[in-house]
Design a protein around this ligand. Structure first.
Ligand code: GLU
Length: 527
């Protein structure tokens, strides 16, 4: 049975890197029908922030990576808060003392400062000088009788080479002589991270420890502790740091690092989780990238986690967010279409280019209603003004900017305003050097379209608009762009816009003709 854990210290917000550690731990456990445990490591009480534990639990619930065992839920290995387990650590520290894998250190703070200053001056690594390792039993007893305060230090077996196989980094070796006889139990009886972490991972039967690379230097100390207790160590996977675009360590100074910040910015939960999962992991091959939690569980494997640091790229998060709003939108449409018509044909459902073909035109109409109502709801506030317009018109408008809505519905006004007002623009917009559209070409094209549109009454049918415009191209012996560019510019007054057939379809005959005439007047004045 695989058991993983997320073991944060309650020092404030949930860091995006923390969420990734929790997520990978959850994915690994769930992939193998195992259990995921939340343990709060609050042994450094000075750093604790009030409410942080509750916040962490809330965030995991929000993400849907709910622990099977936690301070909230309890479980067979409770308590899951380290400050409630001090007796357990003290008992185990006692065991290490007895086995001579640890020793009491009575050094005063002054002595330690002096020692460190001395080491600094002589350019030696700052390490405890083992002064108390050599105290005789009598001296120790005397100190205890005098109630001198002490800490318990790990006695590092200096001659050893500590080796282990990290699931991400491969074989790792540390020379024990580079390790400090660090403190395991503080003078107030509280354990340090090193001691409590090892004891709990063992007692809670954790099989796989996934954590940030910053803990790699602690791993050999942990392995030595496992040996001292004669316990089997768990498997370790140290995952690489998250980096800013300039490859420096992801920091608050360069942007937001708390998950909450991104929720507040409006990124969807699915997008955040999907993005975080891909920070340093990829399912490989040409696998889909837009994955929900269950799909991530299915595809996850720790062997595919990258060794190199992952860049926290907001543009990628934006992309995931867009893809996710698309997926949710299309999933909703898909369901609705199925409900309407069992025989509906759905083309290329994976690429986000859904095409629904209904046998019954009534179904198609109802589907169109539904689709546009959904779009309208998405950008209701930003369209509040335009909303007063004719409803059918607005529905059509929205359909032409569907992708934009899914990407960024807040600024949708910018993209649709040309439908509602005649934009100011220069005659030059009607020309295009690369497409070989000069004033004369634009004029010829627009005049011809005007003529065609005057005799054309099927503006309800986008396909027919397309047909008539393609015929125009042919009759003029022009290239597509030489007709479509000036027409698009005339109809929208914008550099970028939805496609020309769609725009003509939305504007209808009168509006289209009016705008074409405006453009022709502009060309007249420019000549
Ligand atoms: N309490 C440590 C932290 O805050 C846990 C490190 C580990 O997973 O071993 O990240």
């Amino acid at each position: 049975m695989i058991r993983t854990r997320f073991a944060p210290s309650p020092t404030g917000y949930l860091h995006v890197g923390g969420l990734r550690t929790a997520l990978y731990s959850y994915l690994l456990a769930k992939k193998h029908d195992g259990q995921f445990v939340l343990r709060i490591e609050d042994t450094d009480q000075k750093r604790e922030v009030e409410g942080a534990t509750a916040h962490l639990m809330e965030m995991l619930d929000w993400a849907g990576i709910t622990p099977d065992e936690s301070p909230h839920k309890g479980g067979p290995y409770e308590p899951y808060i380290q400050s409630q387990r001090t007796e357990i650590y003290q008992k185990h520290a006692e065991e290490l003392l007895e086995k001579k894998h640890a020793y009491r250190c009575f050094c005063t703070a002054e002595r330690l400062t002096e020692m460190r200053e001395h080491q600094e001056k002589s350019k030696k690594a700052p390490m405890y000088d083992r002064h108390c390792l050599y105290l005789s039993d009598e001296e120790i007893q005397k100190n205890l009788d005098e109630r001198k305060s002490f800490v318990v230090r790990q006695k590092i077996p200096l001659e050893k080479l500590v080796k282990f196989k990290d699931l991400v980094r491969g074989n790792v070796t540390f020379a024990a002589k580079t390790l400090d006889d660090h403190v395991l139990l503080k003078s107030d009886g509280f354990p340090t991270y090193q001691l409590a972490n090892v004891i709990d991972d063992h007692l809670m039967e954790i099989t796989h420890v996934i954590r940030g690379e910053e803990w790699l230097p602690s791993a050999p100390k942990h392995i030595l502790l496992y040996e001292s207790f004669e316990w089997d160590p768990p498997e370790f996977a140290h995952i690489a740091l998250l980096l800013n675009k300039d490859r420096t360590k992801l920091s608050k100074r360069q942007g937001d690092v708390s998950v909450e910040d991104y929720i507040k910015k409006g990124y969807s939960k699915e997008a955040i989780i999907n993005f975080i999962a891909f920070l340093g992991w990829h399912p490989g091959g040409d696998s889909e990238e837009i994955l929900n939690l269950e799909e991530l569980v299915e595809l996850f494997s720790i062997e595919k986690v990258h060794k190199a640091g992952a860049i926290f790229d907001i543009e990628k998060l934006d992309w995931f967010n867009w893809q996710w709003s698309r997926r949710k939108f299309h999933d909703g449409l898909h369901k609705f279409a199925k409900k309407l018509d069992q025989n509906v044909q759905i083309e290329s459902p994976k690429k986000g280019e859904f095409k629904f073909k209904f046998n019954d035109p009534e179904n198609a109409k109802e589907f169109f209603e539904h689709r546009t109502t959904e779009l309208k709801t998405m950008c209701f506030n930003s369209l509040a003004d335009a909303y007063k317009e004719d409803d059918d018109f607005l529905r059509k408008v929205l359909l032409t900017v569907e992708e934009k809505i899914l990407k960024d519905h807040k600024n949708i006004n910018e993209y649709v305003s040309f439908y509602f007002e005649d934009k100011e623009y220069d005659a030059e917009l009607l020309t295009h050097e690369k497409m070989k559209v000069d004033f004369a070409t634009a004029k010829t094209a627009l005049e011809k379209i005007k003529e065609k549109f005057n005799d054309f009454d099927s503006f309800e049918d986008e396909e027919k608009i397309k047909e008539i415009l393609l015929t125009t191209v042919e009759e003029l012996g022009f290239k597509n762009g030489q007709v479509f560019w000036p027409l698009r510019a005339a109809l929208t007054g914008e550099q970028f816009s939805p496609g020309v057939f769609e725009v003509a379809w939305v504007l209808g005959k009168d509006q289209s003709l009016e705008r074409i005439q405006n453009a022709l007047d502009k060309l007249e004045n420019a000549a």
